[in-house]
Each structure stands twice: as structure tokens, then as C-alpha cells.
Write a protein that binds this ligand. Structure first.
Ligand code: ZN
Length: 173
């Protein structure tokens, strides 16, 4: 299932790049999120790992919930939908919704959400996304912390890793 998810996500994200960095194919990001889940969080459930690899296909490609249900299963499709923003809403509203809805996510969706924020901070404050301004990076860091603050008590190792990365990100700014 994990390999099938990797194949599916790589096909769907083909030609997409990571936050404007033409050196980083988009697929690098969801693979890293799945890797962090297993490596840092010890998460081994194949459906959760597959959903992590697929976590942006509804939001950023033409994939639908029913595609994922047909190709994978209900649980994987539901998890990906849970962590997808509603694309038709304005950016600020989507960001506010993530904070507001964080505590309503399922346990597995919360794990994916925390791992996603860990990877985004690493990329934004590291070398992967060099063209963001100080303000953009600062705003992202504080917003991501706002989301993960709502997820406290989900998974100690992942949360601690997030707050370590957040501190490191603040120092790197
Ligand atoms: Zn992501």
C-alpha cells in the first residue's frame, strides 16, 4: 500500500515544485512527511503512512476523495480529506480554519498534521525554500505553532520534535 501511494502521489505531483524552488520536486515533501512519521514518531501503520504520502493530492492535484477510496480505501481517503484545506476559501480563512479545527481531527490525522508542520519549518527555515522573506517565514512559524499548540497531548515525540524545530527555525530567521 505504501509503494502504491508513493507511485500514485509521484504521478499526481509530476511537474510540481516545492514552494517555488525549482530544484525540489513536490513529491520530496510528502515522502519526507511519511519518513518523519516513522522515524521520529515510530508510526508504522501502513494506512497512516500511505495517507501521509498522499496528504496533498486532494488539495494540490485533481484527485478526489472518491478516487482515493476506490484506489486505496475509506480510511486512507478520509485521512487525506481531513488534512486537506478547502481550496475555494481565501488563504487567511484556510489558515484560521486549521487552528480552529485542529483538535477535531482524528488521532492519525493529527500525527500527519504535526509531521507536515515539522517538515515545512525545516524546509522554510533551511536551504530548501530560500526565496521567502523574513516576514513570510516568521508568519509561517507562528501560525504552525498555533496549529500544533492545539494538538498538544497527541504524540509526545512528534510534538517535542516540532517545538525543537520551531525554536531552531526562530534562531535561523
Ligand atoms: Zn504538506
Amino acid at each position: 500500500m505504501i509503494l502504491k501511494a508513493a507511485k500514485f502521489a509521484s504521478d499526481k505531483h509530476k511537474g510540481q515544485f516545492r514552494k517555488g524552488n525549482l530544484n525540489t520536486p513536490y513529491i520530496n515533501h510528502p515522502i519526507k512527511v511519511a519518513y518523519v512519521l516513522e522515524k521520529v514518531g515510530g508510526v508504522s501503520d501502513p494506512e497512516t503512512i500511505a495517507a501521509a504520502i498522499l496528504h496533498d493530492v486532494i488539495e494540490d492535484t485533481d484527485t478526489t476523495h472518491s478516487d482515493l477510496r476506490n484506489i486505496f480505501n475509506e480510511k486512507v481517503a478520509d485521512l487525506v480529506l481531513e488534512v486537506s484545506d478547502e481550496k475555494d476559501k481565501p488563504r487567511d480563512e484556510r489558515k484560521a480554519m486549521q487552528i480552529k479545527n485542529a483538535s477535531n481531527l482524528s488521532y492519525e490525522a493529527k500525527l500527519i498534521r504535526i509531521a507536515d508542520k515539522i517538515c515545512n519549518i525545516q524546509d522554510i527555515c533551511g536551504a530548501d525554500i530560500p526565496n521567502w522573506s523574513y516576514e513570510q517565514k516568521f508568519e509561517y512559524l507562528e501560525w504552525a505553532k498555533g496549529v500544533v499548540d492545539q494538538l498538544k497531548g497527541t504524540h509526545k515525540l512528534l510534538e517535542n520534535h516540532f517545538f525543537d524545530e520551531h525554536r531552531w527555525g526562530r534562531l535561523k530567521l
